[in-house]
Every structure is written in structure tokens, then in C-alpha cells.
Design a protein around this ligand. Structure first.
Ligand code: BG6
Length: 511
């Protein structure tokens, strides 16, 4: 008897949310901003949700002279400022007892011997069971030395079922060669399943929702291709400048700081093929395939398809804003870009010929992160004898920030005897539909580290492939001087960013 054809395929179900595995998390660079603004609030949120294991300890490792008491005091102060939910004193009292601190040098082997001893003590006293997560949140120059010292102290080893994982903050390298080199150093001490290259954009609900939206609904996938999509826009705009991070930003620029990582993840999620399963291997295989299909620009294409900008001084709402070059730690003749817009093509059967316009910048008029998919217009203006000026194309917008939601734009008939049209938006708003506590964006990622799920983390080949796309642009920009500053703070970047779309008969949705 032939098997009946199943209308639905059901994959095995997964367990509900459970606390992560017992572990000690060592945060290198714990006296820095990330720990107090994001990591501790996120771990505390997990504790409030019952998702932090009972056997847990956070051990701060940094150069700043602090003791345990002061560290705990500082975190208690900062949770009130950076916590994202109502403060729960009872949970905090228990949580703060699990925070520890040691002052150390990153390049001193003796520091790692002391670290090992402290971890053994925590494993005994706090029930962390020999599982260790090493979170690298220092300036990137220290990553190699920390990784090598962890290896030399044997802290990279996974024996008798214990885990040793390393979390690496961005930027992962500053170009292809340095990323390859860093991956080599990592691989001398750790295996890929132990490595979690973190990108906080993948912790955002709406970013994860891209996968659900695309692959848990039947109606979108059939039109998600070159036959129906006119173009795609991805905008990540920030109103802030560089906020005292001049010396870092001078080595970065928006291409490295936002596009190579955060925005390329968005691009991969929005454009990749459906994976055959939602797990770390299958999802990331598709992401790499997609990034690999992004057309690399030839040098002569760079001036036509890539625009760079740097903000100049401006007065916004009666407030004077300094130019980038006037920021602390920035060279007076800096050539670093604070804005970039790119037109990319993806050379595969799904997307050939569809432009993907990407832009990101500092000191823009709005804080806004969104992906917009513009569909082809209706083929015929059937209503041409009525009072119809022009049909608007359908537009699907996925908003990541500041409010999270999805909207679909379409034409409707205005009430009345004549056919008059109006463009309307059908809205889905996260906060109206769900009763959610605001999160820091790090909760899912930290929990995934504890459970060993690296789906939402960048794999070595993804990072390198992303650099391969960026590299030709970097090279041309490094070799040709830009006339900076070229946009006043509080505007949507240089005028050339508008020309990039106008030349194609299109326009940015804002600006
Ligand atoms: C960081 C960049 O990775 O992301 C910053 O280094 C940027 O320059 C920040 O401001 C933006 O993150 P978010 O979540 O505020 O959009």
C-alpha cells in the first residue's frame, strides 16, 4: 500500500523554556559599559523569568581596581538606571550574591592561574558544575591574548561533559585578513561549537520574527522573489553621534561598525532560502550561501553603488551639535565615514536583478531601523477613467526600532459614489498584541549560550564572507579622499544617497 500523502509535515517538538545549564560566566572587561548597561540587566531579567540556572555565578575580570563589594554596589546602582523592568528587590538580593570580581591584567599568565583557582572555588560554592563561559567584552586588541592565555591555562578544555565556551563581541576583525587571522587564533584553542560570535541585533525580537514571519506563514514565500519584489530597503538610522567613543570609531566607521555585521544579518534573514530546519547548522548554512551570493563590487562600481558621508556641525531644535571631526578622540581631518548607503545585488535565482538598498548613519533625524519590501505595481491601471492619479506599490515594512511591528500598505476605495483610492496601512504592533516586558536584547543570546544553541551567533565563514563583500568598498574608500563633512547633523545623509535611488526611479521611504 502506498503511504498516504501527508498534507503537513510535523517536525519533532522542542521543550519549552527551561533555565540554562549551570555555569560560571567570566566577563573580561567587566568594568566597562556593556556589563552594567546590558549584561547584568539581561541576566537579571532571566533570573526574574526563572530562566537563570540556580548554579550560576558572574565573575568580572578587568584591569580596573575594584573589589567584590564595590562591584556589587556599582551593579546595584546601575540596575536601577539600566534595568528594563520593574525592580524586584527579592530577586536582586539573591542575584547580587552571585556577582564576583577579580582585578587582573589580560596578558599576565598568573592572572589566568588565579582565574582557574577562583573558578574551581565557584564551581564548589555556587554549584556551577565546572561549566564556564568566557565573555570577551574588552577592546578587540585584547581578544588574541585572552584567547591564548585561556588555552595556556587549560580553561578551553571540555572534559567529562563540562563545557567551555567563548563569547566574542564585535568587531570581529577589521577586514578580511584580520578576521581570518582571529579565527585562526580562536581555532588553535577552541572548536567552532565552543565559539559564540555575538551580534546583539540577532537578540532583537523583530529580527528573530523575520524567520517566523517568512517561514511560519504560507502566503508570503511565493511572492518573496524577483517576480514580485521591485526592491528592498534596509535602514538603520541613529540620532546619536559617537557618544565619546571617538578613538574606537576612528578605527571603525559605519561600514565596519554597523553594515558588515548587524545589517548583513538583517539582509541574510530577509533574503536567504528557507533552511530545512531551524538549527545552528542549517540556518547558518543558508545565511552564508546568501552572503556568498552578494555581488562583489568592482572598483569602478564603488563610486556608483556606494555612498559615504560624515556629519558636520548643525543646530537641531536650538541645540548646537558638533561635527564628527570635533568629537573627542577624532582627527581634525578624519576620513572616517559616519554614514553609508549601498546598492547591492544578490546573484541567485530568487533575487537576480532586484536591488537591495542599505543605509546606516549617525546623527540622522530619526532613530529608526526597518526593512521595507516594495512589491511591483499592479500591471494595469484599470481605474484610469476614474479619479485615480497613480497606484502606489504595495509595501511590507518590518520595523525593528523604535517601535516593533509590521505593516502592509495597499490601496483601498474611499467611501463614495466615485471610485477614489487611498493608500492605507494594515498594522501589527508588538506591544499592542503581546504583554511583553521590555528586554535588553541580550536575554535570548545569553540564554542560548548557556544551552549551547549557536543559531543566533555568527559562524567563522559568515564573518569572513561578509568581509569579502565589504572589502572592495573599503579598498576604494581607503585610496580616495572624501570631501568631508558632507552632511549636516540632523539630516538624512549626503544628497548622493538620494541620487543612488533616484537614478533608478526610486526613493528612500524617509529622507
Ligand atoms: C553597536 C554599534 O554595535 O550598535 C554602535 O557599535 C551602535 O555604534 C549600536 O550605536 C546600535 O545598536 P542599537 O541596538 O541601539 O540599534
Amino acid at each position: 500500500m502506498p503511504e498516504p500523502i501527508a498534507p503537513f509535515i510535523t517536525l519533532p517538538s522542542l521543550p519549552d523554556d527551561v533555565p540554562g545549564a549551570p555555569c560560571a560566566m567570566v566577563v573580561f572587561g567587566a568594568s566597562g559599559d556593556l556589563t552594567k548597561r546590558k549584561l547584568v540587566p539581561a541576566l537579571f531579567n532571566l533570573a526574574c523569568e526563572g530562566l537563570l540556572p540556580d548554579g550560576f555565578a558572574l565573575l568580572g575580570f578587568a584591569r580596573t581596581p575594584l573589589n567584590e563589594e564595590k562591584f556589587r554596589g556599582a551593579m546595584t546602582e546601575s540596575i536601577k538606571r539600566y534595568g528594563t523592568r520593574q525592580f524586584n528587590a527579592a530577586v536582586w538580593e539573591k542575584f547580587v550574591q552571585r556577582l564576583f570580581y577579580q582585578q587582573h591584567e589580560y596578558d599576565d599568565p598568573a592572572s589566568y592561574t588565579a582565574l582557574k583557582a577562583q573558578l574551581q572555588k565557584l564551581d564548589r560554592d555556587c554549584g556551577t558544575q565546572g561549566n564556564h563561559i568566557f565573555y570577551l567584552s574588552t577592546p578587540p586588541g585584547f581578544f588574541p591574548t585572552i584567547i591564548e592565555n585561556l588555552g595556556a591555562a587549560g580553561l578551553n578544555l571540555e572534559e567529562r561533559g563540562k563545557f567551555s565556551r567563548v563569547v566574542i563581541e564585535k568587531p570581529f576583525g577589521r577586514d578580511l585578513a584580520s578576521a581570518v587571522k582571529l579565527n585562526e587564533i580562536v581555532y588553535q584553542q577552541f572548536q567552532e561549537h565552543q565559539v559564540f560570535r555575538i551580534d546583539h541585533y540577532l537578540g532583537k525580537e523583530t529580527v528573530q520574527n523575520i524567520l517566523v514571519f517568512r517561514f511560519a506563514n504560507g502566503i508570503f514565500e511565493p511572492i518573496w522573489n524577483r517576480r514580485y519584489v521591485d526592491h528592498v530597503q534596509i535602514t538603520v538610522a541613529e540620532t546619536i553621534g559617537i557618544e565619546g567613543r571617538g578613538s574606537y570609531y576612528e578605527t571603525a566607521g559605519v561600514l565596519r561598525d554597523m553594515i558588515q555585521n548587524h545589517i548583513f544579518h538583517l539582509l541574510a534573514y530577509i533574503a536567504m532560502e528557507p533552511p530545512i530546519d531551524i538549527n545552528a547548522t542549517k540556518v547558518r548554512d543558508e545565511e552564508v550561501k546568501l552572503l556568498d551570493a552578494v555581488q562583489r563590487m568592482r572598483p569602478e562600481q564603488v563610486p556608483v553603488r556606494a555612498v559615504r558621508g560624515q556629519y558636520g556641525e548643525a543646530t537641531v531644535d536650538d541645540r548646537w551639535l558638533p561635527s564628527y571631526r570635533e568629537e573627542k578622540g577624532v582627527a581634525a581631518d578624519s576620513q572616517v565615514e559616519t554614514f553609508a548607503a549601498l546598492k547591492l545585488y544578490i546573484d541567485n535565482w530568487r533575487w537576480a536583478g532586484v536591488p537591495f538598498y542599505l543605509r546606516s548613519g549617525k546623527c540622522l533625524p530619526e532613530r529608526r531601523a526597518e526593512i521595507a519590501i516594495q512589491f511591483n505595481r499592479a500591471p494595469l491601471q484599470l481605474f484610469r477613467h476614474q479619479e485615480v492619479k497613480q497606484l502606489s506599490p504595495n509595501l511590507l515594512e518590518m520595523r525593528l526600532q523604535p517601535d516593533e511591528g509590521i505593516s502592509l500598505r495597499f490601496e483601498t476605495k474611499k467611501p463614495g459614489t466615485k471610485i477614489r483610492m487611498q493608500t492605507v496601512d494594515m498594522q501589527f504592533d508588538y506591544t499592542r498584541s503581546f504583554d511583553t516586558n521590555y528586554s535588553t536584547g541580550y536575554e535570548t543570546l545569553l540564554h542560548d549560550c548557556m544551552t549551547g544553541d549557536s543559531t543566533l551567533f555568527a559562524r567563522a565563514d559568515m564573518v569572513e564572507t561578509a568581509w569579502k563583500v565589504i572589502q572592495p568598498i573599503q579598498e576604494v574608500w581607503q585610496n580616495t579622499a572624501a570631501e568631508f563633512p558632507n552632511y549636516p547633523g540632523g539630516t538624512w545623509g549626503p544628497i548622493e544617497a538620494n541620487h543612488l535611488l533616484q537614478r533608478d526611479g526610486r526613493g528612500w521611504l524617509q529622507g
